[in-house]
Design a protein around this ligand. Structure first.
Ligand code: COI
Length: 338
């Protein structure tokens, strides 16, 4: 039986898991065959490289159950490529694309009936960790690794459903190190964490938008864009922030819908001016496209438009989710059947 959206929506994102997952290891220079195992604790030596030197990267992609019961995965090729790129900077063995795709396919196949119907989806979390047992290896990559594909039936990422977000503008610090931002590494989320936790406690903010020196970059867990009736404005890709697959997809759909897509640097001053009439939103696999209702900057609150999610944000989000759920044609060939 497919998990029901109402059950999924009432549990925090990422806290429910499918019964089984896929796992394999890189040992003595070779990948072991993929196994389907119960989603349960895995055994790690306390001296494992990942536990000391954070040799870990992951991906986040989604599978959707269509109305006819069939299942599609959204842009797995891009996620697999990004995971392979992440391994480079973390000095971890890169899983071959065929292996990772086979693991995703087998994991989904094992748990097909647990995929929720829309608006729920299956969040897929391939995870790669360094398992060398060596606490002196601060300057050496892990030769051995464990790769697993964990899966979680999910609803909305932000608790409270499709509501306008409160975002704190942090205009001094970066989310993470300048040359590491494009890597999907747990360490990058750890670097942002204390800012996000403090913003929640002090300002009841949902997230922090990192804008070092006034340069608008991304939030702790999603990319960022400005929208109005004619344009989408977002930062051009560089090593400082994550190259979102959702970001890329939304920009393509915006072009299809006739928006002008502008990728250039912009400042906090420009953002604050834009949102007097325009819209702002966070994009990511988990967030999809989540509208901002309030910015908090220098102790003051600023409503984006009237504090509600704007029509362009709604329109673009729907254009994407309609494709993902089979309501609209997949003109770009983004979905893969499983
Ligand atoms: C994603 O959007 O896939 C992410 O990895 C963000 C995470 C905080 C859930």
């Amino acid at each position: 039986m497919a998990a029901q959206p109402e059950t999924i929506q009432s549990t925090p994102f990422g806290t429910v898991f499918t019964r089984e997952m896929a796992i394999c290891r890189f040992v003595d220079g070779a990948w072991t065959p993929c196994e389907i195992v119960p989603t349960a604790p895995i055994s790690l030596h306390p001296g494992a490289h990942v536990l000391h030197y954070a040799s870990a990267c992951f991906e986040g992609l989604k599978a959707y159950r269509w109305a006819d019961g069939s299942v599609r995965v959204f842009r797995p090729d891009r996620h697999i490529e990004r995971m392979q790129a992440s391994t480079g900077l973390l000095c971890l063995p890169a899983p071959p694309a065929e292996l990772l795709w086979a693991m995703i396919e087998q994991a989904i196949d094992a748990c097909r009936e647990e995929i929720p119907t829309t608006p729920g989806s299956l969040y897929i979390r391939p995870t790669l960790i360094g398992t060398d047992t060596n606490i002196g290896a601060a300057g050496t990559g892990s030769d051995n690794a464990c790769l697993y594909v964990l899966m979680s039936p999910v609803g909305d990422y932000f608790q409270g459903g499709a509501r306008a977000l409160r975002i704190l503008i942090e205009d001094q610090h970066m989310r993470t190190a300048a040359d590491f931002g494009s890597v999907k590494a747990g360490a990058n989320y750890a670097a942002a964490l204390h800012h996000v936790v403090s913003a929640r406690h002090v300002h009841d903010a949902d997230q922090v938008l990192f804008c070092p020196g006034g340069d608008v970059q991304e939030t702790g867990a999603s990319n960022f864009m400005l929208l109005d009736d004619k344009q989408i404005l977002t930062k051009p890709l560089n090593d400082a922030f994550l190259h979102g697959v959702t970001r890329d997809s939304l920009l393509q759909l915006a072009i299809d819908l006739g928006y002008r897509v502008v990728e250039r640097d912009f400042t906090v001053a420009e953002l604050l001016d834009w949102v007097r009439l325009g819209e702002a939103a966070l994009s990511g696999t988990a967030a999809v496209l989540a509208g901002v209702g309030t910015f908090i900057h220098e102790g003051k609150e600023l409503a984006v438009r009237n504090g509600t999610i704007g029509p362009n944000t709604e329109r673009l989000r729907k254009a994407l989710t309609d494709i993902q759920t089979g309501v609209a044609e997949d003109r770009h060939g983004w979905l893969r059947s499983v």
